[in-house]
Design a protein around this ligand. Structure first.
Ligand SMILES: Cc1cc2nc3c(=O)[nH]c(=O)nc-3n(C[C@H](O)[C@H](O)[C@H](O)COP(=O)(O)OP(=O)(O)OC[C@H]3O[C@@H](n4cnc5c(N)ncnc54)[C@H](O)[C@@H]3O)c2cc1C
Length: 709
């Protein structure tokens, strides 16, 4: 291994030895051990240690499930870094960038100013992030389980669901509030399921409106066994014990989408649940993503002594690094156990290098595995011995108590656990008002976003996809599609402004992502920002619901009438996404209607273009001052138009087409084959629908006159 690169620096003017500066990025298992070991080995006069972490505490992840299950308080599982690390300068700042070439880090201080700091050595220990984006809808509807906030939020939510269930008058809704779905049955999934199950079932005696049968806690796992990391006998023990305690296992099954109602499985089944916890999916931290160094599946590749390949003064440890273990020649597991050892051994290697000695490769034989499964039960594999049941649970608690970073934490956790054995779990929760929130939601095709007659809770803006506005006919349960809304459209404002229940239902026509503003926040914005208020009042007067209420006969004339006879045919040469602005203007001038369709490479509808769009495109170009005239005319439509136009399908009625035009304030619409086949078949114009309506009215009147005579 290499010899010293950075002896203690000498200031030649004063001939005084300057301490070297070591910067640590992160404050988790690896970073804390690295800092502790280095501080023990090197005096402050010889080495300045700065630790940058986003939070001012270290999170003890193995106890997060206990926080979520209310068996310990959150502060017991979070240790303040500066109290844990005397002699280390702890900075609660996020490192934005590391420049390995100039040995500098860049970070934003509390006031938003960007600062740079030089180092002699840097240790990157920024862990990994949770990534709910791997399954549609998880980001909007599931709890991640990685940071302290996740555990606190989950605990609040679980207790809120029990309160909601107590108040529910509808039995199905009550069961939904009491259905908890946990995705992923690795260590954290199993521990969360065990704790949530214990919290809910042990607290049932304090509620009068629900029974044991109403509660369901379900673990969904893609493999045929839970806890794939432990021995088969222990897995089997854990499964049986958890099932006996009331946890349902759905194995060999994947979650494919999450919605407000629950999760959709790959076998097509919908698993309802007001609480979804997603313990799968990790992502590389953005800091590591932007680092131009060799990586293995996103993790930083290191030399055996844990320095980043190709660098002599940069170290990578913990979950963000791919470190080969000399014991078995395999990459280290992303666990706290390994991260701690890496932190310690990397710090010792740095000391060796500073002393001019050789560094050593990382080497560690894992001690074993421990997993609590709820109900005073656990499974453990320690030094090759398998233990399960109450003794394993006692061992689990003992080991983690001992592993906690400070004595004050150990005493706090011990007291919380003792309290939990004697007294019931704490059911208080902070009532954060959902009406004040800005959130996101995901719906699958066919899901109802709200139903006619329900009270309005949110104002929604469509970020992606389309919805249908539906209205039930008097005396009939079968709703009629009134109109279609697409990207950028909004709904819910009428009921919120009028403080009345929804007069229409909204159903997802495709997969839909919404931005949602809670009712109280919406009222504040609508009350204080006049441009927004004006936009809303225009929408309310334009909305087709009111129009049809005033002209009920027009509605019944158009309902059920098909679009096909009134379609304008497709132009011989539709535009393509890549058509240049110059060619598009030419085509528009030659068009008899002044309205054109734009297709993608699979001949599906991508956008529409009319003269109004031309002005918008020119305004967009004008906002980019460097554009030359020649370049402007070569700009492509997909650079200038937003795409995703609103459309109707051949299966829709004239009522849907005319109401959609009314809602959008437009006079024509593209028509595609079907919801699943977006190849256009023509377009439909408002004036043709009006003519058709007048024709039908005349027929009806003459039929009535004939009948009367
Ligand atoms: C719920 C759960 C339970 C677990 N249970 C166990 C268990 O029982 N046993 C076990 O061995 N392992 C367990 N693990 C895994 C273990 O927690 C991780 O392997 C371990 O935390 C990795 O340590 P680390 O130091 O690499 O990263 P972390 O502990 O994740 O710490 C990384 C730190 O870096 C900070 N950070 C990130 N980016 C920046 C930035 N740009 N600037 C400043 N700071 C930044 C973060 O805020 C964080 O504090 C569990 C994990 C979870 C989520």
């Amino acid at each position: 291994m290499e010899n010293s690169q950075f002896p203690w620096r000498t200031d030649h003017r004063s001939e005084k030895v300057k301490p070297i500066r070591v910067v640590i990025v992160g404050g988790g298992f690896a970073a804390v051990q690295f800092a502790k070991t280095l501080r023990k080995q090197l005096r402050s006069s010889g080495c300045e240690i700065l630790l940058f972490n986003r939070e001012n505490h270290m999170v003890f992840h193995p106890l997060l499930a206990d926080v979520a299950g209310a068996s310990i308080n959150a502060d017991a599982a979070a240790a303040p870094l500066r109290q844990m690390l005397p002699g280390v300068s702890c900075r609660t700042e996020r490192v934005e960038r590391i420049d390995l070439a100039s040995s500098e880090i860049e970070f934003a201080d509390g006031n938003g100013a960007v600062n740079r700091l030089q180092y002699d050595h840097v240790a990157i220990a920024c862990g990994a992030e949770s990534n709910l984006g791997i399954i549609p809808g998880m980001t909007e509807h599931a709890f991640a389980f990685k940071v302290m906030r996740d555990a606190i939020d989950l605990r609040q939510h679980v207790v809120r669901q029990m309160e909601n269930a107590e108040a529910a008058t509808d039995a199905e809704r009550r069961r939904w509030h009491l259905s908890f779905v946990i995705v992923g049955a690795g260590f954290s999934g199993v521990e969360v399921a065990g704790e949530v199950n214990e919290l809910v079932r042990s607290s049932m005696r304090f509620y009068r409106n629900f029974r044991k049968e109403d509660v369901s806690v379900t673990l969904v796992h893609s493999q045929d066994q839970i806890l794939p990391e432990v021995a088969p006998t222990l897995r089997e023990f854990a499964r049986k014990k958890m099932e006996k305690a009331g946890v349902t296992m759905v194995l060999n099954t994947r979650a494919v989408a999450a919605t407000h109602e629950g999760i959709e499985l790959n076998n097509g089944r919908m698993l309802p649940g007001a609480t979804i916890v997603c313990t799968i999916g990790t992502a590389i931290s953005p800091l590591v993503q932007h680092l131009d160094v060799p990586k293995e599946r996103g993790r930083i590749r290191t030399t055996p002594d844990m320095r980043i390949e190709g660098h002599t003064n940069a170290w990578a440890i913990g979950d963000c690094a791919n470190i080969i273990n000399a014991v078995d020649g395999k990459p280290s597991a992303p666990t706290g156990q390994f991260a701690e050892r890496q932190g310690r051994q990397a710090a010792l290697n740095l000391v060796r290098i500073l002393k001019g000695e050789s560094s050593r490769p990382f080497s560690f034989k894992a001690l074993g595995q421990l997993c609590s499964i709820g109900g005073y039960q656990a499974v453990a594999e320690m030094f090759g011995v398998h233990i399960s049941g109450f003794i394993a649970w006692f061992l689990w608690r003992g080991v983690y108590l001992f592993k906690l970073p400070t004595w004050s934490r150990r005493i706090k956790v011990a007291l919380d656990w003792a309290w939990d054995v004697i007294f019931p779990r704490d059911l208080s929760f902070l009532n954060t008002d959902a009406a004040q929130h800005l959130t996101h939601a995901f719906y699958r095709p066919g899901d109802f976003i709200h139903r006619q007659g329900e009270l309005a809770r949110v104002f929604s803006v469509i970020e992606q996809g389309e919805v249908e506005i539906l209205q039930s006919k008097e005396g009939s349960q079968e709703p009629v599609v009134l109109a279609v809304l697409g990207k950028g459209d909004f709904f819910g404002e009428g009921a919120l402004l009028g403080n009345r229940p929804h007069e229409t239902s909204i159903r997802a026509r495709t997969a839909v992502r919404l931005g949602q503003v809670g009712s109280a926040l919406f009222s504040q914005i609508a009350g204080s920002f006049s441009p927004f208020r004006d936009l809303l009042s225009q929408a309310v007067t334009r909305r087709s619901g009111d129009f049809w209420r005033r002209l009920p006969f027009a509605k019944s004339l158009l309902d059920g009438e098909t679009l096909a006879p009134l379609l304008d045919p497709l132009p011989a040469k539709p535009l393509r996404e890549e058509t240049t602005l110059a060619d598009a203007v030419k085509a528009l001038n030659e068009s008899s209607t002044g309205e054109l369709l734009v297709l993608d490479e699979k001949q599906r509808l991508w956008g529409t273009l009319d003269r109004g769009d031309l002005y918008q495109m020119i305004a967009r170009i004008a906002a980019t001052p460097t554009e030359t005239q020649a370049y402007v005319s070569r700009r492509k439509l997909n650079e200038l138009l937003p795409g995703n136009p609103v459309y109707v399908t051949l299966e829709d009625s004239l009522l849907v087409a005319s109401a959609t035009m009314l809602d959008h304030g437009i006079s024509w619409l593209p028509v595609v084959q079907s919801k699943d086949d977006l190849r256009p078949v023509g377009s439909i114009r408002g004036e043709k629908i009006t003519n058709r309506m007048i024709e039908k009215m005349e027929h009806t009147q003459s039929d009535q006159a004939r009948a009367a005579s």
